[in-house]
Design a protein around this ligand. Structure first.
Ligand SMILES: C[S@@+](CC[C@H](N)C(=O)[O-])C[C@H]1O[C@@H](n2cnc3c(N)ncnc32)[C@H](O)[C@@H]1O
Length: 351
């Protein structure tokens, strides 16, 4: 029973440590198999996945953010595993992290003995990394998304999934050749500290790639703060209804295909001259009303829910992130300043 339940865990046991003490763990049987630290701390293994988080011990905002994502991923548990959403995300990922082609990225992954997807959601990129690499791929997420990731990716000798907090990882320092943290840091309780922790898990010479939300124009920022305050105070059902309403709005405007021309820049409002689709213009300048006609309704609703509902969703200027990087043993390989977010690929220097 123990051998079966913990097969993947057993295979990669040398990589797992107590996230608090850093001590190595041993596998223990009993009614519920678990990982046990020398000081007696015990981490259950449920459905073959070690569980390193207990909601009661997380900061309240982080626990609530975890719940939001558990709900989101339970509603769209196959997100990124169907052609439309997977191709969209892979293209976007390669562009943001400065890979000229998927083959270039695959060639890089083949050089990696260990890859970590920090905040892996339902495993879209875990499956991608496994497909291209020859080494271990670990995925960690604070939410129950790891269960969907396990189902989506399937059993694999080189796969290790854990439910944990990327700010307190159950892996020793300098363990990974590549750490990817795509669209996650802003949802952690203290993104600066989380980033430092992640960097410490990259081996010297290894690579870290991450994306954080960008601060937008003042009207959009004002609406985001105002609306997020309101949605966080709502019940889950109310927040879902609100997300449906803004999705319906985005869909309606998208289908009308109306263009507007802005005659001149208004730098104080972050508004630029040009001709724009009205839905895109409102989306970028006033409030998030996402809609993508290639995606199903629920995925569109959940994309808006993912913006409005998490208790923690910090936003940054490029200068702030460059300052973070300058304080770490990192050099920037590629920087992408997008409308919605900031993406960086950095190499860890020798120190
Ligand atoms: C916007 S989703 C991105 C998921 C995935 N990286 C992707 O690109 O599809 C953010 C994910 O971060 C996870 N998350 C938030 N805070 C976390 C933390 N402190 N540690 C680990 N995962 C976290 C959430 O549960 C969620 O699955």
């Amino acid at each position: 029973m123990l051998a079966e339940v913990g097969a993947a865990v057993q295979r990669h046991l040398e990589l797992l440590v107590d996230p608090i003490s850093g001590a190595h763990l041993r596998l223990a049987g009993g009614d519920e198999p678990s990982l046990v630290a020398p000081n007696g701390s015990r981490y259950p293994i449920r459905d073959g996945i070690p569980r390193f988080v207990e909601a009661e011990r997380l900061p309240a905002d982080q626990a609530s953010t975890g719940e939001t994502f558990s709900l989101k991923w339970s509603r769209i548990s196959r997100f990124g595993h169907d052609e439309a959403t997977r191709d969209f995300h892979h293209r976007w990922y390669l562009q943001r992290y400065g890979w000229p082609s998927e083959e270039d990225f695959a060639a890089f992954l083949r050089t990696c003995a260990r890859v970590l997807d920090a905040g892996c959601g339902v495993g879209r990129d875990v499956a991608w990394y496994l497909g291209h690499s020859r080494g271990l791929v670990a995925g960690v997420d604070i939410s129950t998304a790891v269960d969907s990731a396990a189902e989506n990716v399937g059993r694999h000798e080189r796969l290790l999934l854990v439910q944990g907090d990327l700010a307190q990882l159950p892996f020793p320092p300098a363990s990974f050749d590549y750490v990817a943290c795509d669209q996650v840091l802003q949802h952690t309780a203290d993104p600066r500290a989380s980033f430092r922790h992640l960097v410490s898990r990259v081996r010297p010479g290894g690579v870290i790639a991450f994306y954080v939300y960008r601060i937008k124009g003042p009207v959009r920022e004002f609406c985001d703060d105002y609306l997020r305050r309101a949605t966080m105070a709502m019940s889950e059902a109310e927040a879902y209804r609100f997300s449906e309403a803004v999705t319906r709005f985005g869909k309606g405007l998208t289908e009308q295909q109306v263009q507007i021309t802005v005659p001149g820049d208004i730098p104080e409002l972050g508004i630029t001259a040009g001709t724009f689709d009205v839905q895109r213009w409102l989306y970028w300048n006033v409030f998030k009303c996402f809609y993508n006609a290639d995606w199903d309704w629920e995925t569109n609703v959940m994309t808006n829910y993912d913006w409005y509902r998490p208790a923690t969703a910090f936003r940054y200027r490029p200068e702030e992130i460059r300052a973070w990087i300058a304080e770490e043993p990192l050099e920037i390989v590629h920087e992408d300043i997008g409308d919605a977010g900031l993406s960086y690929r950095c190499r860890r220097t020798a120190s």
